[in-house]
Design a binder for this molecule. Structure first.
Ligand code: ARG
Length: 458
């Protein structure tokens, strides 16, 4: 096969060095399915418009179908000299069907073609990421249900704050992931737009029907400006930004998983299948999976920064810089999907050490706020109550005891309003259940949250 498809005006061949430097085929071959799908729709439209005969349409579509099968069977040879997936497929088509293959690119440019391919790819992947998020949400939900009632210390500043239900804590992650799904769905609106018909940058004089191709490819919308359509990569940046947020959420979750399975916390146990050992310390069982997810958030943030930087200062319309969009995008998709999937499986295999969590839940005077609120109900102003309980905590620290270990006389020494009913207030379950404000940690609120989540996921 001699020369490149764009060889016409050149008298010299491309330097090997340049060929290697400019080719994207190593990574953009991943788009082959979308490229062929787009080309088939384009052929149908060309034929409807009389730009191809019915017979030519059949030949091209059949040829494209065969190429698809060659690629899937692994017999297609992607060659760097072909530059990118678009030219490789077109060149193969011409090789297979002869000169009529040269009609495929009528009324089209690689500039609108590549924009189309990424949009088709990303549309699918966004749905995939959404499914993966749902998978992780389901695992969290299953743990929240299985451990409903288990109490743990809630933290602020990583210091014991107030007791909460373990399930309530897990459902916080459910909510974070729910927002991630909303962001993806909003991003999909901007991805799901057909750029076909924009050609190189200015549209085409040929009587094409862009609406028809958009419909064939099930796009609900079409680009409104051809210059914008071939130079816009906002939708990739939006997706990567949503992905960076997902990774940030996963990284926070992983940090807690890592803390919780440490000897110091001992709240959970990761199954052996999800841990790795040490090459020197025989006793080690390390949480490498959450550590790696936490680490991988870095590369996704990096991709977001790369993409913004590639786009910054680019003049309209298409510039070859835009080819640099693919590797960050592909790696973002792979990283975020892999991370979501492995965490869903990991959570299925987490053993929760309820006794330990419950034992720790009352440590550090976590019921002090309950005591202050008790005084408020009995008529004391909140600030005064806060001060009085602060004094009680100071006293207990000095005496080395817990609040509930104080005698009623001791209590009365700090606030005469306190009576025998205080001991019930200072029980963990009571404390948790009393926080029944909307979105609070009471059993009732958490049950409702779980019910709502189950509905959302079904
Ligand atoms: N491989 C190119 C890319 O990924 C395809 C578009 C090339 N267009 C061009 N005019 N050279 O962006």
């Amino acid at each position: 096969m001699g020369g490149k498809l764009w060889q016409g005006r050149f008298r010299e061949g491309t330097s090997k060095l340049v060929e290697n430097f400019t080719a994207s085929i190593r990574f953009d071959q991943r788009l082959y399915r979308y490229d062929i799908e787009g080309s088939m729709a384009h052929c149908k439209m060309l034929s409807q418009q009389g730009l191809l005969s019915g017979e030519e349409e059949d030949i091209l579509i059949q040829g494209l179908g065969e190429i698809l099968r060659e690629i899937e069977r692994g017999t297609f040879v992607f060659d760097e000299a072909q530059e990118d997936v678009h030219m490789a497929i077109e060149q193969r088509l011409i090789e297979k069907v002869g000169e009529v293959g040269g009609k495929l690119h009528t009324g089209r440019s690689r500039n609108d073609q590549v924009a189309l391919d990424i949009r088709l790819f990303l549309r699918d992947e966004i749905q995939g990421v959404d499914e993966d998020i749902k998978g992780l949400q389901s695992s969290l939900l299953a743990q929240a249900k299985a451990n409903l009632g288990a109490v743990m210390p809630g933290f602020t500043h990583l210091q014991h704050a107030q007791p909460v239900l373990f399930s309530h804590h897990l459902m916080a992650y459910y909510e974070m992931l729910r927002r991630d799904r909303q962001r993806l769905s909003a991003c999909l609106d901007r991805v799901d737009v057909s750029p076909l018909g924009s050609a190189a940058l200015a549209g085409t004089s040929l009587p094409i029907d862009s609406k028809a191709t958009a419909e064939l490819l099930a796009f609900p919308a079409m680009s409104r400006n051809s210059i914008d359509a071939v130079s816009d990569r906002d939708f990739i940046i939006e997706f990567t930004s949503a992905a960076a947020l997902i990774m940030m959420h996963l990284s926070r979750m992983c940090e807690e998983l890592i803390l919780w399975c440490s000897t110091e916390f001992d709240y959970i146990e990761l199954s052996e299948g999800f841990c790795t050992g040490s090459s020197i310390m025989p006793q080690k069982k390390n949480p490498d999976v959450p550590e790696l997810v936490r680490g991988k958030s870095g590369r996704v943030y990096g991709h977001l920064m790369s993409l913004l930087t590639v786009m910054k200062g680019l003049p309209l319309a298409y510039n070859r810089d835009l080819q640099e969009d693919k590797e960050p995008l592909f790696d973002t998709v792979d990283t975020v999907r892999q991370s979501l999937r492995i965490l869903a499986r990991l959570w299925e295999n987490v053993k929760v050490n309820k006794e330990r969590m419950e034992k720790m839940a009352s440590r550090g005077y976590t019921l002090a706020t309950d005591l202050a609120e008790y005084l408020v109900i009995k008529g004391m102003g909140f600030r005064q109550a806060h001060r009085a309980v602060g004094k009680m905590v100071g006293y207990c620290l000095e005496k080395g005891k817990e609040l509930e270990e104080m005698t009623i006389q001791e209590f009365k020494g700090f606030a005469s309003l306190i009576s025998d009913d205080i001991y019930e207030i200072l029980e963990l379950k009571h404390s948790v259940d009393s926080r029944n404000s909307v979105g609070g940690t009471s059993l009732q609120q958490v049950r409702e949250a779980i019910g709502l989540a189950e509905e959302e996921l079904s």
